[in-house]
Design a protein around this ligand. Structure first.
Ligand SMILES: C=C1C[C@]23C[C@H]1CC[C@H]2[C@]1(C)CCC[C@@](C)(C(=O)O)[C@H]1[C@@H]3C(=O)O
Ligand SMILES: O=C(O)CCC(=O)C(=O)O
Ligand SMILES: [Fe+2]
Length: 376
């Protein structure tokens, strides 16, 4: 697979104060954007923002409603998805079963939570949940030009209001409507995940329920992304640097601003936004679950110098203690394993404590783990 080589990103956590707490310098995007200021902490190494090709990628578009009801359409879609996932790891889906204006409502609610004042966002920063302001609470340099709001979603939870509850605990009663909208959205992502896992199993020629049962007790991450306008949008600042998502599948809803790029055919190609259309990315862990046959999608995000951009990324992962290992059907007789078994949580912790996510995360994790095994 053609890839790029970018230097690993500095993993510099904030300094500690006398009480051992992180001394974080937060950035107020509202005033930075107004004054057109871009602090040096947001400038990425040049290799990360090499020029775009100026071309669009045409991703195959799958009609979910159709393949759910028509086996021949499912089989055709499986062939189309197989070609795209072997090549670059991305495709698109539409008609997922929610009203067409619901997606606009979800994006609108997302805009509302990022209108909160900076001090309120800072007070709602928690581990694996709540706000992040340019990840300044984690890194002190090479920061992404974005704010995020994150919470976890248990796919087989008996609690039908898990999302309403977590949004209420993080944002309070005044965001009850937001919690209701996100609950409905995450439940729709859960349903979409099931169809995608069956479609992918069929495309790989394995038992069509194989991945659905592996992910039946999945614990996914729902993340809302907010990218303020930036005057250095083409000279060093990035919404996200080049990376592959370490998780299994990313279900992405973007607004109509644009900025997402996929690396394919050895060049950076824009993913033009389409209404009511979700971009599906293969992540590192699903690549490992196919023994490297499907490619983890290499992508990055440019920001606009004029308007804010919003996106919702639903990151599907198995339960943390599940062992990531491809099905035997994908291991030809002499075919060697491309990646060793690992537990999903091992890779996740590697991204949180050892190496920032970039274009080489899984290979770096495998090398790091074998060297730590060798030294133990
Ligand atoms: C396993 C994860 C790490 C990140 C959140 C999930 C899936 C995507 C990863 C991420 C969003 C990719 C871009 C860089 C990153 C640091 C971020 O900008 O948030 C990544 C997340 C993370 O490391 O927390
Ligand atoms: O906002 C986007 O379009 C993509 C975001 C992304 O790649 C990520 O959060 O991993
Ligand atoms: Fe990503």
């Amino acid at each position: 697979m053609a890839t790029i080589s970018t230097p690993s990103l500095p993993f510099c956590p904030p300094p500690k104060d006398q009480k051992g707490e992180n001394k974080v310098e937060f950035f107020d995007f509202t005033s930075l954007a107004k004054e057109g200021k871009v602090p040096k902490e947001f400038i990425w190494p040049t290799e990360n923002w090499v020029k775009s090709s100026g071309e669009n990628i045409e991703l195959p578009l799958i009609d979910i409603g159709l393949i759910k009801s028509d086996e021949s359409a499912m089989a055709k879609a499986a062939e189309i998805v197989r070609e795209a996932c072997i090549k670059h790891g991305a495709f698109e889906v539409t008609n997922i079963g929610v009203d067409i204006d619901f997606n606009d409502l979800v994006l609108q609610e997302t805009g509302n939570i990022f209108k909160l004042p900076l001090d309120k966002k800072i007070s709602a920063i928690a581990k694996d949940a709540g706000f992040s302001v340019a990840h300044a609470e984690r890194y002190t340099t090479v920061l992404p030009w974005k704010e995020t709001f994150t919470f976890m979603y248990n796919h087989n939870s008996k609690n039908e209001t898990q999302v309403i509850d977590v949004v209420d605990s993080l944002l309070g009663q005044e965001f009850q409507q937001t919690g209701l909208v996100y609950q409905k959205y995450c439940d729709a992502m859960n349903d979409l995940t099931k169809v995608l896992l069956e479609l992918l199993a069929i495309s790989l020629g394995v038992d069509r329920k194989h991945y659905q049962s592996f992910f039946e007790d999945a614990v996914s991450m729902m993340r809302c992304n907010f990218y303020p306008p930036c005057s250095a949008n083409l000279s060093g600042a990035l919404g996200n640097g080049p990376h592959c998502d370490p998780i299994s599948l990313t279900l992405l809803l973007q607004d109509q601003v644009g900025g997402l790029e996929v690396f394919a055919d050895n060049k950076w190609l824009a993913v033009p936004p389409k209404p009511n259309t979700f971009v599906i990315n293969i992540g590192d862990t699903f690549m490992a679950l196919t023994n490297g046959l499907y490619k983890s999608c290499l992508h990055r995000v440019f920001v606009s110098n004029k308007v804010e951009r919003k996106s919702l990324t639903f990151f599907v992962s198995p339960r943390g203690d599940k062992t990531v290992s491809p099905p035997d059907e994908l291991l030809g007789k002499e075919e060697s394993r491309k990646y060793p078994d690992y537990k999903w949580n091992e890779l996740y912790q590697f991204t949180q404590k050892t190496r920032r996510v970039d274009a080489h995360t899984l290979d770096s994790f495998v090398a790091w783990r074998s060297s730590s095994d060798a030294s133990n």
